[in-house]
Design a protein around this ligand. Structure first.
Ligand code: PGI
Length: 448
C-alpha cells in the first residue's frame, strides 16, 4: 500500500497547447497567429524552429489520446487555436476549425477522458495583432465573441474551461522582456496588455454565466515562489516586488478587484500607468470556479539598486537546476499554494502545469531513462499530498507536458514531455517518467 495516498476524486492529467503540438499551420482554413509570424522571423526562435509541423497532433491526435488512455489520466488539458475558429480573429467562422476540435473532444470522451480547454494559450490571430493586438481594447470583444462560439459549440462536452494561460507571459514576457511573440519591449504596453487580457478574461466569464454553459470556468496564472535572502527590509521589499510581478499583479485583480498599490506606485515611477476604465475591475473580479496555477520554480532575492525592473537580484543558494536553468524547488510549490489559500481563500486550485526539462537521450530500443524528471515529479507530488493534508483545496494536477513539443523561443531543443517526440519520424516514445506517473495514477499514490 502506498504511504502517499491521494483523494479518490483527485484529477490526474497532462497538458499541452495548440501552437506547441498541432502543426498543420495552414490546414483547413487556419489563419496565421502571432507565433507563426514570430517564429518565421529569423533570430526569434532557436535554430529557426517553427510550429509549422510541431508534433503534427492535428493529424495524430488519436495516437496522443491512446497515450493518455494508457497513462490512465482522468483529464487532458489542451488549448483551442483561435486562428482555426476565426482566421481573422473575428468575422467569418471557420467550421473546419471547429470540426477538428469536435473530433478531438469526441475521441477524448469516447476514451473516458475529460477535456479541460484553454481558450487562449498565446496564439493570437495575426489579423488582430495588425490592429494593435491586446493593446487595443477591441480585442476584448473579439475574444468574448470567440469564447461564446466555442462555449456554445461544446456546451455539455467540455466542462472545464480556462480563459487565459499565463497573462504574465502574454503581457510582460512578450511585450516588456520581448522573448515571446510579438516581441515588444515596452513597459507601458505590457501593463496595458495585462490589464486588457484580464478584462477579456472577466468578459468571457460573464458570457459563460449568461449563456448558462455547463461546467466550470477559471483562469491560469504562472505563480513563482520568491523569498528574501535575508530579513533586511530592503531585501524583503525587493523580493516582494519580484514575486508580485508574477503573482499579486494578477491574483489581486482576479480575486479582490484591485491592483497592489505598492506595485502601481512602482510601475508609475517607471512611467507605466494602468489604463483602468469604469467597470473594468468589477469585470476582472468576476467570481470563478477554480484557479489554475502553473508552477515550475522559485528562488531567493535581495536588493540591488538598478538591477532589473525591481532593484532585485536573484541569489543562487545551491538548488539543483533543470535544463532550463530553473531551480528545482518543490517546497516552493507548497509555499505558493499555501499562500494562495491564505491570501485568496478556499478557491479550488488545479495545478494546470508542472514539469521539468532535461536533455533526454533516446536509446537504441526507443527508451528514455529520464530519472531526473521522474524524481522532479515525485518530489512535487509529495508537496501536492502535503498541501491536501494541510487543507489546501488542491483538486487536480496536470503534468507539463504529455509530449515533447515546440518550446517557444527555445524551439525543439528543450524537452518537457513524459513522452519523447522524434521530430524526424513524429513517432512518440513514452519515457520512464511516463511509466512512473502511470503507476502513481493506477495506485492513486506511491511510496515516498
Ligand atoms: O516552459 C514550459 C511551459 C511552456 O511550454 C507552456 O506553454 C507555458 O504555459 C509555460 N509557462 C511556464 C512558466 C512561465 C514561463 C514560460 C516560458 C518561459 C519562462 C517562464 C512554463 N511553461
Amino acid at each position: 500500500m502506498a504511504n502517499i495516498q491521494f483523494p479518490q476524486d483527485f484529477v490526474w492529467g497532462t497538458a499541452t497547447a495548440s501552437y506547441q503540438i498541432e502543426g498543420a499551420y495552414q490546414e483547413d482554413g487556419r489563419g496565421l497567429s502571432i507565433w507563426d509570424t514570430f517564429s518565421h522571423t529569423p533570430g526569434n526562435v532557436f535554430n529557426g524552429d517553427t510550429g509549422d509541423v510541431a508534433c503534427d497532433s492535428y493529424h495524430r491526435y488519436e495516437e496522443d489520446i491512446a497515450l493518455l488512455k494508457r497513462l490512465g489520466v482522468k483529464a487532458y488539458r489542451f488549448s483551442i487555436a483561435w486562428p482555426r475558429i476565426y482566421p481573422q480573429g473575428t468575422g467569418e467562422l471557420n467550421e473546419k476549425g471547429l470540426d477538428y476540435y469536435r473530433r478531438v473532444v469526441d475521441a477524448l470522451l469516447a476514451a473516458g477522458i475529460e477535456p479541460c480547454v484553454t481558450l487562449y494559450h498565446w496564439d493570437l490571430p495575426q489579423a488582430l495583432q495588425d490592429k494593435g493586438g491586446w493593446a487595443n481594447r477591441d480585442a476584448i470583444a473579439a475574444f468574448t465573441n470567440y469564447a461564446e462560439t466555442v462555449f456554445k459549440a461544446f456546451d455539455g462536452k467540455i466542462k472545464q474551461w480556462i480563459t487565459f494561460n499565463e497573462t504574465w507571459c502574454v503581457s510582460f514576457l512578450s511585450n516588456y522582456i520581448g522573448a515571446h511573440a510579438p516581441g515588444n519591449r515596452d513597459l507601458q504596453l505590457a501593463v496595458t496588455i495585462a490589464h486588457n487580457c484580464m478584462v477579456a478574461h472577466g468578459e468571457a466569464v460573464k458570457k459563460f454565466r449568461a449563456l448558462g454553459i455547463q461546467g466550470e470556468i477559471g483562469t491560469t496564472h504562472n505563480l513563482y515562489w520568491f523569498e528574501p535572502y535575508t530579513t533586511k527590509p530592503e531585501d524583503v521589499a525587493a523580493a516582494r516586488r519580484n514575486r508580485a510581478y508574477n503573482n499579486e499583479w494578477f491574483m489581486e485583480p482576479t480575486f479582490k478587484g484591485t491592483y497592489p498599490p505598492f506595485m502601481v506606485d512602482w510601475f508609475r515611477a517607471k512611467g507605466a500607468e494602468v489604463p483602468i476604465e469604469p467597470g473594468d475591475m468589477e469585470t476582472i473580479a468576476q467570481p470563478i470556479d477554480f484557479i489554475g496555477v502553473n508552477f515550475y520554480s522559485g528562488g531567493f532575492g535581495r536588493y540591488k539598486k538598478d538591477e532589473g525592473l525591481f532593484d532585485c537580484e536573484e541569489v543562487q543558494v545551491g538548488f539543483d537546476k533543470t535544463f532550463m536553468d530553473w531551480n528545482v524547488y518543490p517546497d516552493g510549490l507548497y509555499k505558493v499554494l499555501s499562500w494562495v489559500k491564505e491570501e485568496y481563500g478556499d478557491v479550488p486550485i488545479y495545478i494546470t502545469e508542472n514539469g521539468a526539462c532535461y536533455d533526454d537521450e533516446l536509446t537504441a530500443d526507443n527508451r528514455v531513462h529520464d530519472a531526473r524528471r521522474a524524481d522532479y515529479y515525485k518530489k512535487h507530488f509529495i508537496q501536492c499530498h502535503r498541501l491536501i493534508e494541510s487543507g489546501v483545496p488542491l483538486k487536480g494536477y496536470f503534468a507539463w507536458s504529455l509530449l515533447d513539443n515546440f518550446e517557444w523561443a527555445e524551439g525543439y531543443r528543450k524537452r518537457f514531455g513524459i513522452v519523447y517526440t522524434n521530430y524526424e519520424t513524429l513517432e512518440r516514445h513514452p519515457k520512464d517518467s511516463y511509466y512512473f506517473i502511470q503507476q502513481v495514477i493506477k495506485d492513486n499514490g506511491f511510496e515516498a
